[in-house]
Design a protein around this ligand. Structure first.
Ligand code: FAD
Ligand code: N01
Length: 539
């Protein structure tokens, strides 16, 4: 607890793992409360997602004025966003600006990967070991390791033998990559690919896109941010944040709700709403009608609209058919693009379907498919995503009570109480852990909500003289059941996606995020107000 640390270089009130948006704000809160705190970060600098993902076209798809911290009105007022959806360099500058303003750097140890964390039951402290072989101790261990930070690199035979250059979108070279006069292959057609493909296509001599699953994408309609719009929002930023936080996803964006059901109106009227949502751009397309992610027939109306758009945009009907997604709309993360589908009209771009004819191996000179077709390439871009939500936590694989590891505990999929804590792992917290709205919300408010909840909880433990907090098994079981029940009432878990972990071979199929930001926040507040209901507190 504040002031109780022993060896100030090795023993802390709290250790935070990760220096992205979550770790930084958590540090700010705990330091403000007088807790000795150390952040460990693998990267050579802070920023998390926005430090690592520097691929061409990387940007957020939640509006910049929403995808930002709200804890400091000063920062909120002084930071001027330049685009509707901020680019990676701008978000990274913003994060650094916040860290500089609050003087956070001194408590962050960079280039340090946490490799192991063990709970010492006699001492009620975590022992945390880093890649340098050093051990640190802390009363509390807070995992701010990110939902989308553990890269998924498929185990392609021969990948190391490739004589050209290969890159993962989630670990992009800081100096950038020049694709001029290169034959480039992009593997994947998720959000990272959809953002980078149009830009790589402009540079490359030839770009081949290897697509396993066609994806739905709607235009971003990104544009410079109108200063008048920015000033209007800043004039009542608190009200703007409040309205967003009362919404289902914790974000509203530029959005018009067309009613409870896509089936309740005529096809012509419905298409007018879809057309308006398409022109406004962005993920709020998903919210056009309330039942799009609940009722398959309604969902199919969005499918029809988008497929019609793809056929309209793409000149070659055969290519258009290959780009038409076959799965339920929205059950894979909706992509948001700038000129994605029209890129396939370029003469230097080709699309290869690897759904049936899989990538068999990487050869020294390119890629070979199962049927023996091969492609000569100078560069390969792995836009193959992440071992989402659990990957970074299981890479550390904390040892809880009686030495039980998190991977043992989660052998049938993640089990948490509120996505914040795990029974059997006292004094361990996860920011935006599985079972919380996280990736199905605007992540920045979700991060702040979790960090605030954890900080308040630690303050409460300190005031009430408790040294240990642990989620009860009963509360956890009930929460996991509730997360599943809510998800199963929707179409979200219906297809193959990283939401259910099926993008990583061998991962248990479980729908991981919690659906419903506003009800979730209410539940967390209730738990705290009831003296941390569902947790066991001890001295
Ligand atoms: P991260 O930013 O992932 O930070 C976690 C940090 O922990 C990383 O720096 C990592 O190196 C470090 N770390 C992990 N394990 C260890 C370890 N063992 N030891 C030491 N350090 C470790 N969300 C939205 O809401 N809207 C968007 O528009 C949006 N766009 C995105 C675009 C991209 C390209 C990606 C990949 C994600 C996007 N997200 C978006 C999700 C995004 O991840 C979150 O919004 C947010 O940045 C997560 O912050 P974080 O601090 O929780 O995690
Ligand atoms: O990763 P993904 P991502 N052979 O998992 C394919 C956020 N984000 O980095 O669909 C061939 O979505 C895989 O195919 P399939 C956002 O939350 C946001 O693009 O599994 N292909 C898929 O096409 C997003 O959802 C933004 O069949 C293989 C692709 O690789 C999340 O991060 C931008 C393969 C991976 O797509 C992850 O996005 C970027 C194989 N062996 C990211 N293995 C914004 O716009 C995988 N694939 C805000």
């Amino acid at each position: 607890m504040p002031g109780q640390q022993r060896d100030t270089e090795r023993d802390f009130d709290a250790v935070i793992v990760g220096a992205g948006l979550a770790g930084l704000y958590m540090l700010h809160r705990l330091r403000g409360m007088g807790f000795s705190t150390r952040v460990f970060e693998t990267g050579t600098a802070i920023g998390g997602t926005w430090f690592w993902n520097r691929y061409p076209g990387a940007r957020c798809d939640i509006e910049s004025l929403e995808y930002s911290y709200q804890f400091s009105d000063e920062i909120q007022q002084e930071w001027e966003w330049t685009e509707r959806f901020a680019s990676q360099p701008e978000i990274l500058s913003y994060i650094n600006h916040v860290a500089d303003r609050f003087d956070l750097h001194g408590n962050i140890q960079l280039e340090t990967r946490v490799e192991q964390a063990r709970f010492d039951e006699a001492e009620n402290r975590w022992a945390i070991r880093t890649n340098a072989g050093h051990e640190y101790r802390a009363r509390f261990c807070i995992m701010a390791t990110g939902c989308l930070s553990c890269r998924n690199t498929p185990d392609f035979k021969g990948l190391e033998s490739f004589q050209g250059e290969s890159y993962h979108t989630g670990d992009w070279p800081h100096e950038g990559v020049d694709f001029h006069s290169k034959r480039v292959g992009v593997i994947g057609t998720g959000s990272s690919a959809v953002q980078s493909i149009p830009i790589i296509a402009e540079e490359a001599e030839h770009l081949t896109v290897f697509q396993r699953t066609a994806n739905y994408s709607v235009p971003a309609q990104n544009k410079p941010l109108d200063p008048a719009v920015q000033s209007r929002i800043k004039a009542d930023y608190a009200g703007f944040r409040e309205r967003n936080s009362n919404s289902f996803f914790g974000t509203l964006g530029d959005f018009e709700n067309a009613g409870p059901s896509a089936k309740a109106i005529s096809p012509e009227e419905r298409d007018r709403f879809y057309e308006a949502a398409w022109k406004r751009g962005g993920v709020p397309f998903l919210n056009t009608f309330d039942d799009l992610m609940i009722d398959k027939e309604s969902n199919d109306t969005a499918v029809d609209f988008i497929c019609h758009k793809i056929r309209e945009i793409v000149d070659d009907p055969e290519v258009a058919e290959r780009l038409i997604p076959r799965q339920t709309f929205g059950c894979k993360r909706l992509c948001v693009d700038t000129d994605y589908f029209s890129t396939f009209n370029r003469p230097n771009v080709s699309l290869v379907d690897v759904s049936e004819n899989a990538i068999e191996e990487v050869t020294p000179s390119g890629l070979k498919l199962a049927d023996g077709d091969d492609f000569a390439l100078d560069a390969i871009v792995l836009a193959t995503g992440f071992d989402a939500m659990t990957g970074a936590l299981l890479a550390i694989d904390p040892h809880g009570k009686s030495g039980v590891t998190l991977s043992e505990k989660w052998s049938e999929g993640p089990q948490t109480y509120l996505g914040l804590a795990v029974s059997g792992f006292p004094n361990l917290f996860t920011i935006t852990g599985p079972g919380s709205p996280s990736v199905l919300s605007n992540m920045v408010p979700s991060i702040e909500q979790h960090a605030n909840w954890i900080a308040d909880c630690l303050g409460y433990l300190h005031e009430t003289g408790h040294e240990r907090i642990e989620a009860t098994r009963a509360a956890e079981t009930a929460w996991v059941a509730h997360v599943n029940e809510v998800a199963n009432g929707t179409l979200y878990p219906k297809c193959h996606s990283w939401y259910v972990g099926t993008n990583v071979p061998g991962k248990t199929r479980v729908f991981m995020p919690y659906l419903g930001y506003a009800p979730y926040v209410e539940k967390c507040n209730e738990v705290a107000a009831n003296g941390y209901e569902g947790f066991e507190l001890s001295r």
